[in-house]
Every structure is written in structure tokens, then in C-alpha cells.
Design a binder for this molecule. Sequence first.
Ligand SMILES: [Fe+2]
Ligand SMILES: [Fe+2]
Length: 183
Amino acid sequence: MNTNRLSPAMEKALSDQMNKEIHASHTFLSYGIWADDKGYQGIANFLYRHAQEERNHSIKFMEYVLNRGGKPKVDAIPAPPDDPQSLTECFDNVFKHEVDNTTSIYKLVDRALDEKDWATWNFMQWFVQEQIEEETLAQDLIDKLKIAGGDQASNESLFTLDKALESAPNDVPLAQEATGDNP
Ligand SMILES: [Fe+2]
Ligand SMILES: [Fe+2]
């Protein structure tokens, strides 16, 4: 008896996303190593934590496919991109990577809708929300670096930025949680 509650195409798409999240994890790990080597330990710490979050996302896809009676497949993971040339390029690439991942998440939502696979549609809503947070987080990085002076930032302001990112929270509050008293 077939107990797989996912269509073959959906099973494959979710499994591909599991692998894509690992690629994101490796990318941020690799950027973290680049930052660490440059002496930006706070930025590196932030990127390492982000790498771990992406791994957690991968595990969620793995667990979901298994729970629905499917079997995810670990594929060869493409190499992470080359090291960035500057902090601006590093943070711009983090943002681009998140936007690219959001596109993949939306494609999965589209597929769930097409197949009327409401269980997967429901599961995917967590990721829709997560991507709002991750894009906001990446936008904040770009803004903070701009305020510090971008690639012309003084060592002093980069030191402050590096320290701030060491202890920056992994999540940003969502617009849904904002109130007049606490915008
Ligand atoms: Fe992710
Ligand atoms: Fe992400």
C-alpha cells in the first residue's frame, strides 16, 4: 500500500529545497570564515549563527518529507560562491541569497496550491514568514554598514559594527507584532 502523502513531484521539490538550505548554510559558513580571517569576529559569529539557522531549515524539510511518508535524498551540494571582495559585497550577497531562496519558497507554495496539497501549503507558511525575517535581517546589515560609512568606513566604526553584530539577535520582530506604543 502506498502511504506516501506527497506527489512524486512534490517529494522531489521538497527534497531539493532541503539540499538548497544546506547550500545556503555552506555559503554563510564560507562567508563567516572569510570575515573571521579578515579579523571581523563579530560579523563572522553572526554569519556562523546564520549558517546554523539554514541547517535547521534543511532539517525541517527533511522531517516534513519523512513525516508525510516520503524519503528525501541528500544530493551533492554545489561549492559556495567565491569569497566577497569587501564587506559591502558580502552583505549584498547575503541579501541576494535570501531573495533567491524566497523565490524557491514561493515556487513550493505555488506547487502546493496547484496540487491542492493543503498540508504542504500549511507547512510552507512558516517559511514564507521566516523569509520576511531573513530578508529584513539582511536589509538591516546593508543599512548598518552604510551608516558606518560603507567600504570607506573608518576602522573605529567598523570595530563598533563588528561588536554590534556579535550579539545581534537572530530574528527581527515582524510587522504583525508592531503596535502604536511599540512600533
Ligand atoms: Fe533558509
Ligand atoms: Fe535564509
